[in-house]
Ligand binder design. Structure first.
Ligand SMILES: Cc1cc2nc3c(=O)[nH]c(=O)nc-3n(C[C@H](O)[C@H](O)[C@H](O)COP(=O)(O)OP(=O)(O)OC[C@H]3O[C@@H](n4cnc5c(N)ncnc54)[C@H](O)[C@@H]3O)c2cc1C
Length: 455
């Protein structure tokens, strides 16, 4: 295209980095994606830069639609390679904090290994956009600025393992998509810029996960989710993934952290609110030892609130805002942020986009709002949560959500409304419509209202 100009650097070749690079290549003449891990060569291998890959990942329908709008046909390709679309809750055994979902339909999600998802995205993005270069085994160590600190004009980086051998790469735009462990705020302060405000809410959830070979015999359901509640904050989720496998994650809150030792793992699986998961696994062959993940806090670094944001700088995905993973929203938010960048680029050239990156940062951050409200609204009601104490309004919302959840277990209309929110297709406020409120408050026992802490 004649109007492609300039160079953009994307830090990180995870889900967010790949989708963002694909979109930027529509307007920038060159896009360089710098990735710390080795990602070329062996397709679909586990890598250290994405440790969460070993734990259950569900990709809700809103995020899938965003990804497929950017890269048409991706979902079909993933399904052909063994990923499963799951109707939630109708194709599942799903025990909510109140009771089993029965006779209701909701939304859908894709269950897929992170390895297959990323390998598919990598080949689609890189094969489809020759102007994108992937520089793997290289790590970005900081930013370069010109004009005082008014504009970011590149990155400092080095080959992995080559301590001291730093080089710089100039760019009109730098997008940080380096995930939950990255610290782009520090890179900004190293340039002499003020540190952005950080909001953090930690409900202290822990995961312990392992793979099983999926038995040939049909189960009548595709996936299982046993949620914990206030009385027993222990849960378990079991999803079909590519390679004829189940990925099974045990989830616990506070003192109920799920173990990784073999015997203790099985004992924990048998101690959930139902023994269905343990029974389903009894004859399944484990393919791996359990591994743990504990850093599940919600954390939003508010780059979008900067008074005078530097030009040519954007932060996306988990590097901007990460969520307690139990709600399954991070990938969907990342995909909708890439869609927002595409929307902005539909009217802006590369130079204008870089010049207005502060404004665009606000629009991108906006895409995290719904998922943030869901995750933090729920998490703030745990007794030992770290973060601001919930006010009366939050507590009222929580009580109401408990009633919505309990009603949705058997009421098709409320279930449709709830899953539209959980899948990010509708805003959380939509649950306050008179139609939903009247059906929800009509329920006399209010079962679940004090039990709604979800795992
Ligand atoms: C246990 C767990 C379970 C989850 N379950 C779900 C789920 O069910 N559904 C869902 O939607 N989301 C889930 N998430 C969230 C999801 O994993 C993230 O939202 C998603 O991976 C974000 O993508 P990203 O590209 O921003 O970051 P990542 O996927 O983490 O990718 C970041 C990339 O940047 C690279 N990198 C880091 N630093 C540098 C550097 N300095 N230089 C170069 N490269 C660098 C890394 O190697 C990595 O490749 C879960 C998260 C966790 C922790």
């Amino acid at each position: 295209m004649a109007d492609r100009t300039g160079h953009a650097v994307v830090v990180g070749a995870g889900l967010s980095g790949l989708l963002t690079a694909q979109v930027l290549a529509r307007r920038f003449a060159r896009v360089t994606v710098i990735e710390r891990d080795t990602v070329t060569g062996e397709a679909g291998a586990f890598r250290a830069g994405v440790p969460q890959a070993r734990h259950v990942h569900i990709f809700w329908s809103r995020g899938l639609a965003a990804m497929d709008a950017l890269l048409p046909g991706t979902v079909a390709e993933l399904e052909a390679a063994g990923a499963s679309l799951v109707g939630a809750p109708e194709e599942m055994r799903w025990l909510s904090p109140a009771e089993w979902f029965t006779g209701v339909t909701g939304a859908s999600y894709l269950s897929v290994s992170r390895e297959l998802l990323e390998a598919t995205l990598r080949h689609r993005v890189l094969d489809g956009s020759p102007s994108i270069t992937l520089l793997d085994r290289h790590e970005v160590t900081g930013l370069v600025a010109a004009d005082g600190t008014e504009a970011v004009t590149g990155v400092r980086f080095r080959e992995r393992g080559e301590v001291g051998q730093e080089a710089t790469l100039d760019a009109e735009l730098v997008v940080v998509a380096a995930g939950r462990s990255s610290r782009p705020a520090q890179w900004l302060t190293q340039l002499g810029r003020p540190a952005p405000a950080v909001e953090r809410i930690d409900a202290h959830l822990g995961y312990s996960s392992r793979y099983f070979r999926r038995p040939d015999t049909g189960t009548g359901w595709k996936a299982m989710y046993l949620q914990g509640n206030a009385e027993l904050p222990r849960g378990g989720v079991m999803n079909p993934i590519d390679g004829g496998r189940w990925l099974v994650t045990l989830i616990g809150q506070g003192a109920h952290q799920p173990p990784v030792e073999e015997k203790a793992w099985w004992a924990y699986a048998a101690s959930l609110r139902s023994d269905e998961l343990a029974r389903a696994l009894a004859d399944a062959e484990p393919l791996s030892d359990p591994v743990a993940f504990r850093a599940t806090a919600n954390e939003w670094t508010h780059f979008e609130r900067a008074d005078r944001p530097p030009r040519g700088f954007l932060v996306v995905g988990d590097a901007l805002c990460r969520f307690n993973p139990v709600y399954g929203h991070g990938m969907s938010v990342a995909a909708t942020q890439a869609q927002e960048i595409a929307r902005q680029l539909s009217t802006l050239g590369a130079a204008q986009f870089a010049a207005r990156s502060g404004e665009i940062q606000r629009a991108v951050a906006q895409r995290a709002r719904g998922a943030w409200a869901i995750a933090t609204g729920e998490d703030r009601c745990y007794p030992d949560v770290e973060g601001p104490t919930p006010g009366l309004l939050t507590r009222l919302q929580q009580g109401y959500m408990g009633r919505v959840l309990a009603t949705s277990n058997t009421d098709p209309l409320v279930a449709e409304a709830l899953f539209a929110v959980l899948s990010l297709n509708r805003r959380p406020e939509s649950l306050l419509s008179p139609r939903i409120m009247s059906r929800t408050t009509r329920r006399r026992n209010g079962s679940g209202s004090s039990n709604s802490k979800r795992l």
